[in-house]
Write a new protein. Structure first.
Length: 169
């Protein structure tokens, strides 16, 4: 009798569990774009909340990147075709360091890396330093950098613009 009762309970629990929908469950390109847009909106809400919690004085919204100027050098802001030389430290928003460069050198408008660096460059001048909160779509995206930056990571950048006196890479 007990065995029948246990078997009956198992069958009832199996019948009551939801089953995946039958048919085609592939995500179309239109749906994928919507999912990515929803993700970007949520990341920007988190970034806004972090900047408020950290008491940042956000001077510039550089194309989706929140930039907190720490020190102004007093020069003219960078524009397209200007050469910039950054000393950068890249971390996750939880503080875990990803990597750093003491000489990231590029020409504004011609950098092929993370879009955030271009956006931040337009807010700075030589001698400036800043912190920036970067959503994943302006950083290294949903792929990340294997072994360095996790997929879909929101980043915290600390940047100091140096006087550029070397040839851009």
């Amino acid at each position: 009798m007990r065995i029948y009762l246990i078997l009956l309970l198992c069958l009832i629990s199996c019948w009551s569990n939801p089953h995946p929908p039958s048919g085609d469950t592939r995500i179309g390109a239109q749906d994928l774009l919507l999912i990515n847009e929803q993700r970007a909106q949520k990341e920007r809400q988190v970034i806004d909340s972090l900047s408020i919690a950290w008491s940042w004085d956000v001077d510039d919204d550089a194309g989706g990147v929140l930039v907190d100027i720490i020190e102004r050098g007093g020069g003219v802001k960078n524009e397209s075709e200007d050469e910039v030389l950054f000393d950068i430290q890249v971390s996750l928003v939880n503080g875990r360091e990803c990597f750093s460069f003491d000489s990231l050198h590029f020409v504004v408008g011609h950098y092929n890396g993370a879009r955030a660096f271009e956006e931040i460059a337009r807010c700075l001048s030589p001698g400036d330093s800043c912190r920036a909160l970067v959503p994943s779509d302006l950083g290294y995206g949903v792929r990340g950098v294997p072994g360095v930056v996790p997929p879909g990571a929101m980043l915290l950048l600390e940047i100091r613009q140096l006087d550029s006196e070397v040839d851009p890479v």
